[in-house]
Design a protein around this ligand. Structure first.
Ligand SMILES: Nc1ncnc2c1ncn2[C@@H]1O[C@H](COP(=O)(O)OP(=O)(O)OP(=O)(O)O)[C@@H](O)[C@H]1O
Ligand SMILES: [Mg+2]
Length: 239
């Protein structure tokens, strides 16, 4: 894909092994579009790529840049610039109550406790969760926890949002609400998802296959190529 926009995220010849596996071996990509989707089979590397972008994993070789900051040398500055939503909400949640979970990122950005608590209350109310701030996170359902995590990532308004399958546990009304909210956000969003309907409105999709970019371009083209490949594999298996 041509570099028509300045990148907020750049992977430069990145290699990363996890356990005995090489997940990325000389991976390069430059992302500058406002909405970028990552698709691909289970285990293809979507979550690992997002974790590299968030500075939660560091490359064994090569470099990752977020808004020009190299993740190894600027790890401490990344949280203000990137928000990362974990695929599993239980890996994300740090605090016992919903209000504390959402307020934390806001106090990190310089709000007082009172300001952060008020902002958390407002954000919850604006998303159909009025009065949730005192609720115990462990008493929420999985979908409710995913929603709280998403709100806590959005709240401090980082310039890049990295979302790992944000809709996987949400019911239809919540998903539609959240889809609308995400569409309206001014920030850059890089999202791993299997929700092709939502991704079809994105600017660009990358299809990851075993740690490599198999297709990169407009959603309609990339989704068609991915689906054709899956159908081809199924036919080959039947033959
Ligand atoms: N903690 C880990 N230790 C060892 N290997 C890991 C670990 N996490 C992921 N991997 C390996 O890295 C590869 C990429 O995994 P990743 O989680 O990035 O895939 P994914 O595309 O997000 O898959 P999914 O659609 O299932 O979420 C897989 O081969 C996986 O086995
Ligand atoms: Mg994943």
């Amino acid at each position: 894909m041509p570099d028509t926009v300045s990148p907020y995220l750049r992977f430069d010849n990145v290699s990363l092994g996890r356990g005995a596996r090489t997940v990325f071996d000389g991976f390069s990509a430059s992302l500058g579009e406002r909405r970028v989707g990552l698709i691909g089979n289970n285990g293809s590397g979507k979550s690992t790529l997002l974790r590299l972008a968030a500075g939660l994993l560091l490359p064994d070789a090569g470099e990752v840049f977020v808004e020009g900051l190299e993740t190894k040398t600027h790890r401490g500055e990344l949280p203000g610039n990137v928000g990362f939503l974990f695929q599993n909400p239980d890996h994300q949640i740090l605090f016992p109550t919903v209000g504390e979970e959402i307020a934390f990122g806001l106090t990190e950005k310089g709000m007082t406790d009172a300001e952060a608590n008020a902002a958390a209350r407002e954000l919850l109310a604006a998303n159909g969760c009025e009065g949730w701030e005192k609720r115990a996170v462990h008493e929420l359902s999985e979908g409710q926890r995913q929603l709280v995590c998403l709100l806590s990532v959005i709240a401090p308004e980082p310039s890049v949002l990295l979302l790992d399958e944000p809709f996987s546990s949400l019911d239809l009304p919540t998903r539609l609400d959240l889809s609308d909210r995400l569409r309206a956000l001014p920030q850059a969003v890089v999202m791993a998802s299997h929700d092709f309907e939502f991704l079809s409105a994105f600017d660009r999709l990358l299809w990851l296959d075993d740690g490599r970019v198999r297709e990169d371009g407009r959603p309609a083209t990339v989704i068609a190529a991915y689906e054709a490949s899956i159908r081809g594999l199924k036919t080959a298996r039947r033959a």
